[in-house]
Design a protein around this ligand. Structure first.
Ligand SMILES: CC(C)(COP(=O)(O)OP(=O)(O)OC[C@H]1O[C@@H](n2cnc3c(N)ncnc32)[C@H](O)[C@@H]1OP(=O)(O)O)[C@@H](O)C(=O)NCCC(=O)NCCS
Length: 182
């Protein structure tokens, strides 16, 4: 069961198949996909969001291998504005995107705080790792601000090509020490 999470400004609601239409409207933008992993099909097919929800995200949620949420503003909860997910695995444990009109307001910083805390303190995983294209400044800044460290540098394939990539990491102990202000 993936629960509803809340932050100061956001409601994080577990992904449903019914969200696919809104995702299809907002997600296929070059600024959103260019630094996402090359598994994201591009050009994005008309049923891309539906197929992703039905065949990838929801089965992984149902089998306890992933936790996906859609993001909504508390003052406009009927409208999906982005998504965030947690996944079991070696070094891709979290992913997120926010639709263009809502970027640059600190919203994903808020959402990552909530789901990262869920990863460590509800799911009880010992470490969280995420790969990021070095060029993806906004995403790297989110990792940096939340106390993550770069543990490896390598090349990976993205929708827009092959780029230098940093693997960012934080342990449960580091996360909780930071929360306590240590
Ligand atoms: C990454 C993304 C989710 C950030 O969402 P957001 O809500 O705009 O991020 P925030 O407003 O919380 O900003 C996070 C930090 O990045 C900085 N930032 C935001 N946009 C930036 C940009 N275009 N260039 C440089 N820095 C940027 C912010 O200033 C903030 O740092 P600060 O707190 O020190 O000021 C959004 O840009 C996005 O959807 N990108 C496409 C998908 C993607 O790349 N996902 C991640 C894959 S690893």
């Amino acid at each position: 069961m993936t629960p509803i999470l809340e932050t100061a400004r956001l409601i994080l609601r577990p992904l449903e198949l019914a969200d696919a239409d809104e995702i299809q409207c907002l997600f296929p933008q070059w600024e959103i996909v260019r630094y996402l992993a090359s598994q994201v099909p591009w050009p994005y097919p008309p049923d891309g969001a539906y197929v992703f929800c039905r065949d990838v995200a929801l089965p992984a949620m149902n089998s306890g291998n992933a936790w996906h949420w859609t993001l909504r503003l508390k003052d406009a909860p009927y409208r999906l504005i982005g998504a965030i997910g947690l996944m079991k695995g070696e070094d891709v444990n979290r992913g997120f995107w926010l639709a263009l009109p809502w970027q640059g307001q600190g919203l994903m910083s808020e959402a990552t705080e909530a789901v990262t805390d869920y990863w460590f303190n509800t799911l009880k995983f010992p470490v969280l790792r995420v790969p990021k294209a070095v060029a993806n400044t906004a995403s790297r800044r989110i990792s940096e601000k939340s106390g993550m460290r770069v543990v490896a540098v390598e090349e990976r394939d993205y929708v827009s090509g092959r780029f230098p990539t940093e693997i960012w990491e934080i342990t449960a102990d580091e996360w909780n020490a930071r929360k306590r202000g240590c």
